[in-house]
Design a protein around this ligand. Structure first.
Ligand code: ATP
Length: 441
């Protein structure tokens, strides 16, 4: 068996499959594309939704100490002044003296230009602020300036008081949010790994300062386990503790969860101890009290914050790469199969009638409607059954249900398993239960 491991999976193979099967398309493609922006197609949108839903389910619904929020992308510019983003959310930008191409200085690994190979050198670094600016309202002056948020976290901090009052939470508790963030990255690339518009899944977990170190460790474990539970192979995940000199201005400790992407090990998610930096800064700048009244000690406490900050697109890429497998099919030919965890698989069941003739079609449609009310499905009646299996393998569909001519007599259908290609005959009336056993693990 020639099973590809993620290290040997080429990004080109992923990009090509993603386009061919409707996961991800280059944005504005008919106009030649638009630098490092991508659109999720019919399959990709299901996958992304599943990634976000799995996160929401584990982090919000299944916990009793986290509530959700959905703040606006456009916020008062004061938020970004106070948070430090206006002054220091920047990367060091250098230009190649020969070809003028721009790079992030901290990403250059050699003296020669990675684009033209010239050794002429680079300009000295200048700080490039990554926030996108826009103007709100009909007048384009400084007074109407606004930023597209570069992280979702600040929407949580500025709503801390609202959530506390509305929910009467006690420490420790968290606020979770998913949503778009925008960064004018100097060097986007590696498919959806680094883009200028992306989606984050962030939790701000507020704790008593004395327990921050303990919660920081706990959150690293919880978040790592989340990926493993959803099928990421543990050997493709590792932790990287940021050295002191690398820490952001607000952080007392940051650990990245890194994944072995096709381009190498790189950050999948960051877990930071943000201390009381943000709440204190916003309290001071806004004049509002952003603290918690601790009944036991009778004192107001400004909580510390542990922040697990993940990217939905980056997580999706990791799941896609990790699921990508090339192995022999029933006939010894190569088949590409995406071995997604059933919870993440874009479609759970493919319904495949063996023929387009009546009365088989009517029965197949009947079977389909039984299954469709439970899971995301695909009905596929074109080309040979072998081809249809291959197609569903490439979509990562865990179960195919084949309706054949015997089905008309025995009222049974065949379930074909994506991973071991084993087939099982089940009665139509038992089908939903049989699928549930396989899908809801
Ligand atoms: P880097 O150092 O790689 O630029 P970062 O440390 O600034 O990233 P964070 O601010 O910690 O990233 O963002 C939290 C998460 O958001 C990241 O772990 C990643 O999953 C996601 N993310 C950040 N920037 C991007 C981007 N440009 N494209 C896609 N996802 C991103």
């Amino acid at each position: 068996m020639t099973t590809d491991t993620p290290a040997s999976v080429k990004m080109e193979a992923i990009v090509s499959l993603a386009k061919r099967r409707g996961f991800i398309f280059p944005s504005s493609e008919i106009y030649g594309g638009f630098g490092s922006t991508w659109d999720y197609g019919p399959v990709g949108v299901e996958l992304k939704r599943n990634v976000k839903d799995a996160w929401w389910r584990s982090m919000v619904r299944q916990r009793d100490d986290i509530v959700g929020l959905d703040a606006a992308i456009l916020m008062s510019p004061s938020v970004w002044e106070t948070s430090g983003h206006v002054a220091s959310f920047s990367d060091p930008l250098v230009d190649c003296l020969s070809c003028k191409q721009r790079f992030r200085e901290d990403e250059l690994q050699q003296d020669a230009c990675p684009t033209c190979g010239s050794s002429e050198g680079f300009t000295s670094a200048r700080q490039f602020n990554l926030m996108f600016k826009t103007h709100v309202g009909p007048v384009e002056d400084e007074g109407a300036l606004a930023y597209l948020r570069p992280e979702t976290a600040q929407g949580i901090f500025v709503n801390f008081g609202n959530v506390l009052t509305a929910t009467r939470r006690r420490l420790p508790f968290g606020i979770a949010q998913q949503g778009k963030a925008f960064r004018n990255e100097i060097t986007p690339g590696n498919f959806i790994f680094r883009t200028r518009e992306f989606e984050q899944m962030e939790i701000e977990f507020f704790v008593h300062p004395d327990t921050a170190a303990e919660w920081y460790t706990r959150w690293i474990e919880i978040r790592e386990q989340w990926y493993v539970d959803l099928g990421l192979r543990a050997e493709n995940l590792r932790r990287r503790v940021h050295p002191q000199e690398e820490l952001s201005h607000y952080s007392a400790g940051t650990t990245d969860l890194e994944y072995r992407f096709p381009q190498g090990w790189a950050e999948l998610e960051g877990i930071a101890n943000r201390t009381d930096f943000d709440l204190k800064a916003h309290a001071e700048a806004s004049g509002q009290r952003l603290s918690y009244f601790d009944q036991e000690s009778g004192q107001h406490v400004v909580p510390y914050v542990i922040e697990p900050s993940a990217g939905a697109d980056r997580a999706l890429l990791a799941f896609l790469v990790d699921a990508y497998t090339v192995e022999p099919d029933e006939n010894g030919n190569d088949r590409v199969v995406l071995k997604f965890h059933p919870r993440l698989a874009p479609y759970k069941v493919g319904v495949l009638p063996l023929s387009r003739k009546q009365p088989l079609v009517e029965m197949a449609r009947n079977v389909w409607s039984r299954v469709r009310s439970h899971w995301a499905t695909q009905y596929d009646d074109s080309q040979s059954i072998g081809r249809r299996y291959r197609r569903q393998d490439e979509l990562g569909t865990p179960c195919c249900v084949t309706v054949d001519f015997d089905s008309l007599d025995d009222h049974a259908v065949t379930i074909r398993d994506r991973d071991d290609q084993a087939q099982e005959r089940v009665r139509v009336e038992d089908l939903v239960d049989a699928l549930r056993m396989r899908l809801e693990c």
